[in-house]
Design a protein around this ligand. Structure first.
Ligand code: HSE
Length: 405
């Protein structure tokens, strides 16, 4: 019998307790022993919930209990999660977390502490909810040189963009729905402004390329400027609008990487075109394997809890063996966004027609009957800098979305 503790009895923490209870026998078979939750840590009380019997408010009770071998951290945020996780690893306990903020900020340091103590720091649920992606990157795609990883990494925004596209729903109404369904962060700005996807692509890129991607260096743009008007064009063009997190090797020497989070317009030939609702999709491109896709529930209580519990099983199976994870603290060199080539979907007021021709060449006009006072066009590939210079000269600029390839 293995004793574990769960830190934080919110959406994911309560999901972990539920999954461990629901699948108690099959999980015991897979881990080789029964797993029992000895403590749940939370500042709140839960009268009427059976959890109340094992609820503690002081982390040191868990830290100093030698029976606790594995700690699940589902509190979110970095304070006090970082201190608790570090102390737990230093005390020789393995930690499984869903906390992307913690992993993006302190991943290499916590992995090193786990390694020094022959324990494990596991974080499958930090990216892609229930989708296995951390373990595949760490264990299955190791024969490849990965040159690109691109994903729809935030369930809330994908749910919102899908509802806006399909039902013409308003931004605020769909955000409320995503919150009610338990997808959104406590502060939904983390979702809609792209910060959550930014932390996730930083984690994936660090694992894919082996060096640390500082999420603060990633160009990040959320979905708040996407309007119902953009979806009218998307529908007419047969395209979809998605929030992509991307990191890829740039062409040529010296070797550099480019990373961004931003909305993109994609055609129906893109592998991530059909990823809708709360689902996430992650496309990995390697020099030997070619393209691989990972797809599934990207947020929500039970899918995320499923990934956390799978980590608990792995931690139990490797109690005194560190599973090596390739993520050095050395910074990965990221290219300046200004120099990156992109194509842009652009909406302008009708009177800009001649100006558009002189700035962007002979681009085809796209019109929709609902918007007679404007038109749109797609640029040729150009650097971000060149686009910003040209677009800055258009008084009648209404919006722009990068084209995803
Ligand atoms: N708010 C996050 C999302 C939760 O919507 O993807 C899962 O990390």
């Amino acid at each position: 019998m293995i004793q574990i503790a769960v830190l934080g009895y919110g959406t994911i923490g309560s999901g972990v307790v539920e999954v461990l209870k629901t699948n108690y026998d099959s999980i015991a078979k897979r881990s080789g022993q029964e797993i029992q939750v000895k403590y749940v840590l939370d500042l709140r009380e839960f009268p009427g919930d059976p959890i109340q019997k094992i609820l503690v408010h002081d982390f040191t009770t868990i830290l100093h209990d030698p029976d606790v071998e594995v700690i699940v951290e589902t509190m979110g945020g970095t304070n006090p999660a970082y201190t608790f996780v570090k102390q737990a690893l230093e005390a020789g306990k393995s930690v499984c977390t869903s906390n992307k903020e913690l992993v993006a900020k302190y991943g290499p340091e916590l992995l090193e502490i786990a390694r020094l103590h022959n324990r494990n720091f596991l974080f499958e649920a930090s990216v892609g909810g229930g989708i296995p992606i951390i373990r595949p990157l760490n264990q299955c795609l190791t024969a490849d040189e990965i040159y690109e990883i691109t994903g729809i990494l935030n369930g809330t925004t994908n749910y919102m963009l899908t509802k806006m596209a399909k039902e013409g729903a308003s931004f605020d109404a769909v955000l409320k729905e995503a919150q009610a369904l338990g997808y959104a962060e406590r502060n939904p700005s983390a979702d809609v402004d792209g910060f959550d996807a930014c932390r996730k692509i930083a984690i994936l890129a660090s694992l894919a390329f082996g060096e640390n991607v500082n999420y603060e260096d990633i160009y990040t743009e959320g979905i708040t400027k996407i309007t119902d008007r953009d979806f009218l064009y998307a529908k007419a063009m047969g395209t979809a609008i998605k929030l992509f997190g991307t990191c890829r090797k740039t062409e040529g020497e010296p070797e550099q990487f480019f990373a961004s989070v931003c909305p993109v317009m994609i055609g129906n030939d893109h592998p991530l075109f059909g990823v809708e609702g709360v689902l996430n999709g992650i496309l990995v491109r390697g020099n030997v394997i070619g393209d691989v896709m990972f797809y599934g529930s990207g947020a929500g209580k039970l899918p995320t809890a499923s990934a956390v519990v799978a980590d608990v099983v792995d931690a139990v199976k490797h109690l005194n063996t560190n599973i090596m994870t390739f993520w050095s603290s050395k910074p990965l060199s990221l290219a300046d966004i200004e120099k990156v080539q992109n194509q842009f979907f652009v909406r302008v007021k009708k009177y800009e027609a001649d100006h558009v021709q002189s700035l962007f060449g002979n681009v085809a006009k796209i019109t929709v009957p609902e918007l007679p006072e404007e038109f749109a066009f797609v640029t040729e590939p150009m650097t971000e800098e060149a686009f910003a210079n040209a677009a800055g000269q258009l008084d009648g600029l209404l919006g722009r979305i990068r084209i995803g390839h």
